[in-house]
Design a protein around this ligand. Structure first.
Ligand code: SF4
Length: 397
């Protein structure tokens, strides 16, 4: 049975009722269990569980140290292209946003990868918008090959594809695939994705399974918090993680916790998730899934990231740029607009206004602008070790 079938049968209403109304005693009962069910997870994210946040944090911290050691693994996103055929109301790369666009050539991708290698990274995430003309499967395979020649571990965050298009990417050296469902609320999903292939909710929901079938051995999932009620989203993420751990058992599963950030288009979050909610959610995920990697990006401010480091987070991006060419300026001479799938050159006055330092438009503003070495220094200061290389590959070899 695919996750879509399980998702459709999920008693979300009942679980959400718990997540909104469970008593501190119910949460305490769940906290005492060694194996948690979805109902326990719902109890732990309830407002009533905030009374137990200190105990949850201590348990989460101890569990993370026991399973992962005192280490935080670092990675960087490398944006290949900000072309996109979809209109997603919350994203700066949306098709109809009149932004500065570019698609890096494989040699430019190599240049960006080498810059990240110089900074110390041994693990990167190649990110691209979804556009069959500019970001084809063969283009992605070339980019993976170019990056993987020098970078030991490369994962992808790109538009969902069929299994047979994923296989060449695995053969080219990509070992992980990240796909956020964005929101698990079908009504909100439909409203947010106004045009383009991304409107297909089920196709996206089944992406991790197709990626696994193609040979990816790291699967990253998550919701984009700020679109629907965070507790409802978290229950669905937990349900999907449970399913993937059971069915795609040879893969490592990671959960990311992105919150919406300002971007081109000026979209405002529809729902609010406080920093305290974020802490509670990190702990609840860790207690529910002791061995799952939890990912925190530079969308979050430095202070919160530092506070969350020892609580359950195992992977962090650092020194990130969310525009193609962000690390070296690669591709800057080819900036353009794209209208109806066609490249439109910049007007001379636009070029003059943009100046020599013109850059492709970023996907969103980052909140933690520290360099990778500054983040690594902070990790050391709290008594943890920053790990740049991919430890799993080291173990496997
Ligand atoms: S969220 Fe992804 S699919 Fe949607 S516009 Fe942005 S890059 Fe494109």
């Amino acid at each position: 049975m695919s996750f879509v079938a399980e998702f459709n049968a999920l008693p979300l209403g009942t679980l959400l009722e718990r997540a909104c109304a469970a008593s501190p005693a119910a949460a305490e009962g769940s906290l005492g269990r060694s194996h948690l069910a979805l109902a326990d997870f719902a109890n732990l994210i309830a407002p009533g569980a905030t009374a137990l946040l200190e105990s949850m944090s201590q348990r989460s911290r101890a569990l993370t140290q026991q399973r992962f050691g005192k280490v935080i693994r670092l990675f960087a996103p490398l944006y290949l292209s900000n072309e996109c055929i979809n209109n997603c109301r919350y994203c700066g790369f949306s098709r109809d946003n009149p932004i500065l666009r570019v698609t890096l050539t494989p040699s430019e991708v190599r240049r960006e990868t080498e810059a990240l290698l110089q900074e110390g990274f041994r693990n990167i995430l190649l990110v691209a918008g979804e556009h069959p003309k500019f970001v084809s499967a063969s283009y992605l395979a070339e980019c993976v090959r170019a990056a993987h020649e020098v970078m030991p571990s490369c994962s992808l965050e790109v538009g969902p594809m069929p299994v047979d298009e994923y296989r060449p990417l695995v053969e080219a050296g990509a070992d992980g695939l990240v796909v956020y469902q964005e929101t698990y609320d079908r009504r909100v999903y439909d409203d947010m994705h106004t045009s383009g292939p991304k409107k297909n909710f089920d196709w996206r929901l089944e992406t991790p399974e197709r990626a696994y079938a193609a040979g990816f051995r790291r699967l990253g999932i998550g919701a984009l918090y700020g679109l629907a009620d965070w507790r409802s989203e978290a229950i669905c993420v937990a349900a999907q993680a449970q399913y993937l751990l059971r069915v795609c058992w040879k893969a490592q599963v990671t959960i990311s916790l992105p919150r919406l950030r300002p971007c081109a288009g000026e979209f405002q979050p529809l729902t609010h998730m406080t920093d305290r909610d974020m802490v509670q959610l990190v702990c609840a995920f860790r207690l529910m899934f002791p061995d799952i990697g939890l990912v925190l990006s530079t969308r979050e401010p430095a202070r919160l990231r530092d506070g969350l480091m020892p609580l359950g987070i195992t992977l962090m991006s650092a020194g990130s740029h969310t525009e193609p060419g962000g690390y070296t300026g690669a591709g800057n001479e080819n900036l353009h607009h794209t209208r109806k799938g066609r490249i439109v050159e910049l007007e001379p006055d636009e070029l003059a206004k943009a100046g020599p330092a013109a850059r492709a438009t970023e996907q969103f503003n980052i909140a933690d602008s520290r360099s990778a070495s500054e983040v690594a220094g902070q990790i050391r200061r709290i008594g943890y070790e920053p790990v740049w290389k991919d430890w799993d590959q080291a173990l496997a070899s």
